[in-house]
Design a protein around this ligand. Structure first.
Ligand SMILES: [Zn+2]
Length: 331
């Protein structure tokens, strides 16, 4: 396969703190020999594990970029053993546009792996992570939130994996992260995900969903900042002890946790995030908006659980995810 067109302005093997860019040539109308300049920070101090920290995989999710721009400006080499690679806004064109996908090619970064060196801008960024950055990493933390269309209980998550040693290491880091909720996560659509790419390479991968609605709150940003420091401490990369926090473990047992809209309209939520819901309960009503007098469609829960995520905008379209339930894990 051909080489990546991305040229980093940092040296990943050099000691100390470096702030630079992953420079991706992008020839276009307003810049014939222009580039996409993706900010990157590398902090290295001696031998030790490497953590790869990413936010902005989706461009409208903000806790990760907040925590990682902050960490990049404050992390000192003497506090690190090993290496930390920080990319606060992985899909940088999407991040600048405030959209989930790239305005250049509509690429959804988290459905673009393994990417291609001769593909779209999004595919080229994915390929660089696949073939250059992921192989450098021992642990990978990728921040997500709900973006403009979903809202989540704040949780850190890892996946059930065939390799139980790898899975246990990931759940240990989820525990260390110390979000109010911790999730054993099921994906609707795992093909092409960064998560899957990292896990198939044997990396210890953890992710988050820390809120949503296309913004961050003081609380959710604080959870992200404390969480990333805790993960680095638990991995032995950052000096200091993990700041312990209460967490409740949740499980997404199967596809029954998701409910989707079968019609569009005006959505009335009947439960809020964190509420307990029983199987068969009406989670939300969807009112047809073409005329008055028509009954609303009722969206029902298919399992007992707590409401872990919900559709955010007030209007819903057919096929939208209305709610996600999760089961509290005993113990
Ligand atoms: Zn996301």
């Amino acid at each position: 396969m051909r080489a990546s067109p991305i040229a980093p302005t940092v040296d990943f093997s050099a000691e100390g703190v470096q702030h630079g860019f992953l420079r991706l040539p992008y020839s276009r109308d307003d810049s014939a020999w222009g580039s996409v300049m993706i900010p990157v920070t590398v902090v290295k101090n001696g031998e030790g594990p490497t953590a790869l920290l990413t936010g902005g995989n989706h461009g409208d999710e903000y806790e990760g970029p907040i925590a990682l721009f902050d960490l990049a400006r404050t992390l000192k080499a003497e506090d690190v053993t090993g290496r930390v690679i920080i990319v606060p806004a992985m899909n940088y064109p999407a991040f600048l546009a405030g959209t989930r996908t790239s305005p250049i090619d509509k690429g959804n970064m988290n459905r673009s792996f393994p990417g291609a060196p001769d593909g779209t801008v999004t595919a080229k960024i994915a390929d660089y992570f696949q073939r250059t950055l992921l192989p450098l990493a021992d642990i990978v933390l990728d921040f997500h939130s709900g973006g403009k269309t979903l809202d989540f209980l704040p949780f850190c998550a890892a996946h059930i994996l065939p390799d139980k040693t790898q899975e246990a290491k990931a759940f240990d880091l989820v525990s260390a992260f110390g979000a109010p909720w911790s999730m054993k996560m099921l994906e609707i659509d795992a093909v092409g995900m960064y998560d899957t790419a990292a896990e198939e390479m044997g990396k210890v991968f953890v992710t988050t969903e820390l809120g949503g609605g296309g913004t961050a709150t003081a609380r959710s940003a604080g959870i992200a900042k404390r969480g990333v420091a805790n993960v680095l401490k638990a991995a032995g990369i950052l000096k200091g002890t993990v700041e312990a926090a209460e967490t409740t473990w949740l499980d997404m047992p199967d596809g029954d946790c998701f409910s989707f809209a079968e019609d569009g309209g005006l959505i009335e939520p009947l439960y809020d995030l964190g509420d307990e819901v029983e199987a068969g309960a009406v989670v939300a009503r969807i009112y047809p908006v073409g005329r008055t007098g028509a009954p609303p469609l009722e969206v029902k829960a298919k399992m007992d659980g707590i409401l872990a995520a919900r559709h955010f905008p007030g209007l819903v379209k057919p096929g939208d995810c209305v709610s996600v339930l999760a089961a509290v894990v005993a113990g």
